[in-house]
Design a protein around this ligand. Sequence first.
Ligand code: SAM
Length: 245
Amino acid sequence: MKIDVVSIFPGYFDALELSLLGKARERGIIDLQVHDLRESAHDKHRTVDDTPTGGGAGMVMKPEPWGVALDGILSAAPADADPLVIFPSPAGDVFTQSMARELATESHLVFGCGRYEGIDQRVFDEYAARGRVRLVSIGDYVLNGGEVATIAMIEAIGRLVPGVVGNPESLVEESHEEDGLLEYPSFTKPATWRDRAVPQVLLSGNHAAISTWRDEQRIERTRRVRPELLPPEHRGESRGRHAAE
Ligand code: SAM
């Protein structure tokens, strides 16, 4: 997968040199390039923002540097590529695991990180008229810029790209996967830590009983924390069971 990111703070993306995504980049599974938007601003001060037309607080990102940066990235893409341009925005579609799965099948993603009050609307309109554009929110809160949102999306998408996570089975049983329930609580050794024992069933070696216990825990945890995620067949009364966590 090819990923281009445009930002005025390229240093944020150093974090993506670490861990599984860093290894995936070394192995060529993910080709991530970060572009400094200021290099596409050609005035003396490399200005990327200006006052809002019509008045109001804050500054808005100027369209010209975005045009230069995105034209450069998109014109360098192969003729048969159909890059998807994503602008992180609190006013976009909410990012979910299912969107991450969908985006993990793309061959080329371009992220445009806004700052200040955001990017001039004409940038979205221009690239939506020329190709595929999505505004995507990582949740109902406001960040200072699109960098952290982009890193969250790249991490969630990237780990679903085949070959990035060594054991693909570890992706299946996670929260928000398959049936959309939250994951069961996890334990490791020792069997007792500070008088807190691992649930006995997990030490039983009885795989059917362990699987049943984990399913019950997933339903109970989801009922307690995120009841809106429960499928209709599990929306009955809580049995008062509480996960050991
Ligand atoms: N004035 C904008 C509004 O009210 O919708 C908020 C601008 S915010 C301070 C600056 C930038 O941070 C946005 O352009 C976007 O790139 C990013 N951002 C902020 N919150 C976000 C969120 N929840 N999801 C994705 N990106 C976000």
